[in-house]
Ligand binder design. Structure first.
Ligand code: NAD
Length: 349
């Protein structure tokens, strides 16, 4: 099959790690008989330098015409003093909004070879996928300040519609079907009305997914359970704010920022795939960047946007083997550079 993939390489290590991902995709194309056609687009600091704006319209248009988008990272000290609207990171929010990406998938996996980097002394390997609602909830609700008899008061509103809960729920149940068929929905239904609607809606939905083992968990308990025994989770689905916090907690349990991919999805198959780390300006140009987070983001694209499961598995297995053998960059104890790790993964595929 033929696919059109928009590449937003961005700043810092962005171009280096996106190049690694496309080389791996080309190997997959060769092995499984697919053609990946790339369209290079600019956003972030490089776009500010060229056009005076972090997200040119052309970039959004071309993304919308593509089958999927891979993004490296944006930002760096050169643009740190610009006003909010013009900062490179605005490009991220702009793309997510323009593509209507309402779900954020963040795996947190502890590989056997990397157990020494996990801050939990007792952890064995675990493999969690957090599905976070991305365009609703308290981050987008009504907010403001008002005068009261006790002085100024500030408020933020958490609200979710059945439609919003149902569509993120479906993403999570479908993802669970592609994994170990276990889903935990995390809320605060003992206190929040929005969580009670969340739970009710999830319970209706679970009737359609009887092949998935479903459970509810309160968010405070979930924060504890992630530390106590992360291996109990397969897929987690939760609201925007709870997902923001729990996905950062889970990512730290894996011990390395250079390993973690992410996907943001909307309706249909168009998605945005990116590593969770930033542009790492401190190591840009030194070939020290760990390319695995971006390579695994490309694997998520194959799995979730193109439904190419065998191809995605081929990448994931090659990455795991590379880690087992010790073909790694220095952030996880190895002595290979970005290109050498990429090449080893390609050979293992
Ligand atoms: P960062 O993630 O870029 O770097 C934090 C630390 O992790 C650095 O020491 C860096 O060298 C290391 N690191 C990150 N990725 C690595 C990799 N693949 N391999 C090896 N080491 C890696 O976070 P930061 O330093 O806070 O931010 C740098 C810039 O990136 C800022 O301008 C920030 O706004 C931006 N940023 C962008 C994104 C994004 O594009 N999605 C996300 C976070 C930060």
């Amino acid at each position: 099959m033929d696919f059109r993939i928009a590449l937003i390489k961005g700043d810092g290590i962005g171009p280096e790690i996106v190049d690694s991902a496309t080389k791996v995709l080309d190997k997959i194309g060769e092995k499984f008989n697919h053609k990946f056609n790339y369209v290079d687009l600019i956003a972030g600091g490089v776009a500010i330098d060229k056009y005076g704006h972090p997200l040119p319209e052309e970039t959004v248009k071309e993304c919308l015409k593509s089958d999927s988008v891979i993004l490296g990272a944006v930002g760096g000290p050169k643009w740190d003093n610009l006003p909010g609207e013009l900062r490179p990171e605005r490009a991220l929010l702009g793309v997510r909004k323009a593509l209507n990406l309402y779900s954020n998938l963040r795996p947190a996996k502890l590989y056997k070879a990397l157990q020494q980097y996990c801050p939990l002394r007792t952890a064995s390997s675990f493999d969690i996928l957090i599905v976070r609602e991305l365009t609703g909830g308290i981050y987008f609700g009504e907010r403001g300040r008002r005068n009261t008899e006790n002085g100024v008061e500030a408020y933020d509103t958490e609200s979710y519609s059945v439609m919003e809960i149902e569509r993120i729920g479906r993403v999570a149940f479908e993802a669970a079907r592609k994994r170990n068929r276990k889903l935990t929905s995390i809320d605060k239904a003992n206190v929040l009305e929005s969580s009670r609607l969340w739970r009710e809606t999830m319970h209706k939905l679970k009737e359609e997914y009887k092949d998935v083992e479903y459970s509810d968990m309160l968010v405070d308990n979930a924060a504890m359970q992630l530390i106590r025994d992360p291996s109990q989770f397969d897929v987690i689905v939760t609201s925007n704010m709870f997902g923001d916090i729990l996905s950062d907690e889970a990512s730290q349990l894996t011990g390395s920022i250079g390993m973690l991919p992410s996907a943001s999805l909307g309706e249909g198959t168009l998605g945005l795939y990116e590593p969770i780390h930033g542009s790492a300006p401190d190591i840009a140009g030194t070939k020290k960047a760990n390319p695995i987070a971006t390579i695994l983001s490309a694997s998520m694209m194959l799995r979730y946007s193109f439904n190419l499961i065998e191809e995605a598995d081929a990448i994931d297995n090659a990455v795991e083997k590379a880690l087992d053998i010790g073909y790694t960059t220095s952030d996880i104890g190895g002595n290979l550079n970005t290109d050498e790790v990429t090449q080893k993964i390609i050979e293992l595929i």
